[in-house]
Design a protein around this ligand. Structure first.
Ligand code: EPU
Length: 408
């Protein structure tokens, strides 16, 4: 199994380009089920999650069944549900289980599809959905206990494009990836309005025709790399990104004292003289992304004072805290929050994380830890970061992909 071996202490200086967005790519690949003609997405990142979606779609062929073997590898597989129902009037999709981020129910997805007229039963670990006489437009509220649901909005949006009549989605997710999906579907002939606001309206159309599309940059990857620059007190620019989608992160970095410059498609961090702790609270877009929470925690070990990190989307998303403590951080969990005392000098050790963003946080920590840090099981990282070690190495990081012979 692969691991990353890092030697800390080198500031990252130079320029890195962001890759295409994973979380835009996955639902847009699932949207192929809705489209006539050949779908061509450009700028698709080479990632394990993208491969999983590719295999899932290939294996399904002309069937309407998404088996557990794929769904358990990647929860985003659930976003084939809406397109399958819309296209075939039937879908059998394995029910995704919990994951390391905590409970991740799909009740809102199911409620939304029921509102569109589907009959749904969950049996033997599978969602069986049927809409014999097609789906019909309806008004649906997708507000859950932690706010709107991103993939739930994508699922209902996709199903509604081919439904009869008008669908109104209230409390819709406003994430840029949802906007991109809606814009893509519109280019294919859908009639969607209001994307990027909390109220999306879809007029059903008879058919959709595939058009070529270029994926947007990955705002979470771009943010992670910027934080790699900031944590090492480097002078690092991320090109081919959309700074306007990273406002909360850039504001937080500025509040810490990191000098930032930005253009229309690039952002740059420079070494700050003094880094002051800055507390964050994750939230739905345009809030601070939960997918950058772990990386912010690693970065905050550098900052002077107490940082409070409140996780509002996944209250249990803290597996990285204990691993960061093993490197010398001082982090205490308190319910859905973590308190950090900084600055701390980190020292290298073997560490292990069981989720994608937690692994990224450990890589950031490894960039500043004294001595060697072995981040094990980087297959989590390979799910969502394209050639991260090569990108970091190109700007001065000492990081190598190695075979971890001790690891399971
Ligand atoms: N929720 C419900 N019921 C539902 C669906 C969600 O209660 O039916 C709750 C969840 O438990 C959570 C909250 O609503 O507390 C938000 O979950 P959401 O449905 O928005 O998450 P998701 O759509 O499954 C996407 C991203 C995640 C990202 C979240 C939040 C993709 C493929 N995944 O997941 O990305 O954390 O939105 O922004 O787009 C990652 O890339 O590392 C990742 C986990």
């Amino acid at each position: 199994m692969d691991a990353f071996l890092l030697e800390g202490g080198n500031p990252l200086n130079g320029v890195v380009s962001a890759s295409g967005s994973k979380n835009a790519a996955l639902p847009m690949m699932a949207a192929a089920l809705l489209l006539e003609g050949e779908c061509s997405l450009q700028g698709v990142p080479q990632l394990r999650d993208v491969d999983t979606m590719r295999h899932l779609l290939n294996d399904m062929g002309d069937s309407y069944e998404a088996p557990y073997d794929w769904v358990r590898q990647m929860r985003a597989s659930v976003c084939v549900l809406g397109p399958l129902l819309a296209r075939y009037g039937r879908a059998i999709v394995a029910l995704p289980g919990g994951c390391v981020l905590g409970p991740r129910p799909v009740d809102l997805h199911l409620r939304g599809l029921e509102a569109l007229g589907a009959t749904i039963r969950v049996e033997n670990g599978c969602i069986h959905a049927e809409a014999k006489s097609g789906l019909s437009g309806a008004t649906i509220d997708l507000l859950g206990p932690a706010g709107p649901t991103v993939l739930g909005t994508a699922n209902i949006l996709m199903a509604a494009t081919l439904a009869n009549g008008r669908t109104t989605i209230q409390s819709a997710a406003q994430e840029p990836e949802v906007v991109e999906l809606a814009n893509y579907l519109n280019a294919c002939g859908a009639d969607i309005q209001g994307q990027g606001t909390s109220r999306i309206q879809v007029e059903g159309v008879a058919s959709l025709k595939a058009v070529p599309w270029r994926l947007p940059p990955d705002r979470i990857e771009a943010g992670t790399i910027l934080l790699a620059g900031a944590i090492t007190r480097g002078h690092l620019r991320v090109n081919q990104c959309r700074p306007e989608e990273m406002t909360e992160l850039l504001n937080a970095l500025a509040a810490v004292g990191v000098p930032i410059q930005q253009g229309s498609d690039w952002v740059e961090v420079k070494p700050g003289n003094h880094l002051a702790a800055h507390s964050i609270q994750t939230g739905a877009y345009p809030g601070f992304p939960t997918d950058l929470q772990a990386q912010w925690m690693a970065f905050s070990t550098r900052c002077e004072g107490t940082t409070c990190i409140e996780e509002k989307i996944y209250p249990e998303r803290f597996v990285h805290a204990e691993e960061l403590n093993r490197l010398g951080a001082q982090i205490k969990r308190k319910g859905a929050s973590a308190l950090l005392a900084g600055p701390r000098t980190l020292s290298g050790a073997p560490v292990l994380a069981s989720d994608l963003r937690a692994s990224a946080a450990l890589v950031l920590a490894g960039l500043i830890a004294e001595g060697e840090t072995l981040v094990r099981r980087v297959y989590h990282l390979d799910r969502g970061y394209e050639k991260l070690e090569e990108k970091l190495e190109s700007v001065g990081a000492k990081v190598r992909r190695v075979v971890d012979s001790n690891g399971p």
